[in-house]
Design a protein around this ligand. Structure first.
Ligand code: MN
Ligand code: MN
Length: 296
């Protein structure tokens, strides 16, 4: 069950309304790296998790993300407070239009949602469950969670950089910091599974699991690094050894029934391209008689 505490997880102090900033903050309310996406990601993992430790952690963090959603949502509402009042009261104010249309999606936010926090990203695109990539295998989900926390941290960092309001910066700093803390927890939870690599149960094929195919060659040079050389790697530069690596002929084939074969043959015959003819087509027919150059 969920219970609600009316005190926010972090105090929201906004020094003055700023609808443009509010529309940017929507990115963390209804965007792909936002708090709702994070909460739903961990919640869906938690309810199907059988491991007591992971289940507990995922429920703790999912619930914290909802608390972050509440914080960022409250900031959005505070930042649009003044505009909301003026819109509602029909204040004849020439500056109002300029203020709500000066950037981002602030006019959408102000007009359509009445200065509330809508579940859209900063460009107005509705939140979607497609942001949640839970797959139900902890070594995959934890890696995805680590990456999601890293992305969320960066979005907060960017939002901090576009804010002048010191107390808003501070609250954003808290939200950013918690994503670092979550990343740490998920990293530990991943390494609490031994072994955790490769993900899942099946090992990779011995012939291919340590090969690095140097497929992009040319100007700019090939850079050597620990990702393609050293004890983990056999680097394949030879173009001949990059195709049909299984030792076959590199073609694609399938066995079909005799009846299917006959049908496929009829299709092939009907659509066979002739190389022995050069029939005139629209381009030539449409050009002035004899003026073939026009069609070229
Ligand atoms: Mn969060
Ligand atoms: Mn987080």
């Amino acid at each position: 069950m969920f219970m609600h505490n009316k005190r926010l997880m972090y105090t929201v102090r906004v020094s003055e309304p700023n609808p443009t900033l509010a529309s940017l903050f929507l990115e963390q309310f209804g965007g792909p790296q936002g708090e709702l996406a994070a909460a739903m990601r961990y919640f869906t993992q938690a309810i199907s998790e059988d491991d007591a430790g992971r289940k507990d952690m995922l429920l703790d963090i999912a619930t914290e993300e909802l608390s972050h959603l509440e914080i960022i949502g409250s900031m959005i509402v505070m930042l649009t407070k003044g505009v909301k009042g003026r819109l509602a009261e029909g204040a004849k104010d020439g500056e109002l239009l300029a203020e709500i249309t000066k950037g981002g999606e602030s006019h959408t936010l102000s007009l359509l949602y009445g200065g509330g926090a809508a579940l859209v990203n900063s460009a107005g695109a509705p939140w979607t469950a497609a942001y949640v990539d839970t797959i139900g295998e902890p070594t995959c989900d934890l890696r995805s969670n680590i990456a999601a926390e890293a992305r969320a941290k960066i979005i907060y960092e960017r939002l901090i950089n576009v804010t002048d309001d010191a107390s808003v910066k501070e609250a954003l700093g808290f939200l950013m910091t918690r994503e670092i803390a979550h990343q740490k927890a998920f990293e530990k939870a991943l390494y609490a599974i031994e072994p955790n690599f490769p993900p899942g149960k099946l090992p990779g094929q011995k012939d291919f699991v340590s090969k690095y195919f140097n497929l992009s060659q040319g100007d700019g040079g090939d850079v050597e690094g620990p990702w393609n050389s050293g004890p983990l790697w056999e680097r394949i530069d030879d173009r001949e050894r990059q195709a049909a690596v299984d030792g076959g002929d590199g073609s694609a084939s399938v066995k079909v029934s005799a009846a299917e074969k006959r049908i496929l043959q009829r299709v092939a015959e009907r659509t066979h391209s002739r190389t022995d003819i050069d029939p005139p087509t629209g381009a030539e027919l449409g050009a002035k008689a004899g003026d073939v150059d026009k069609a070229r």
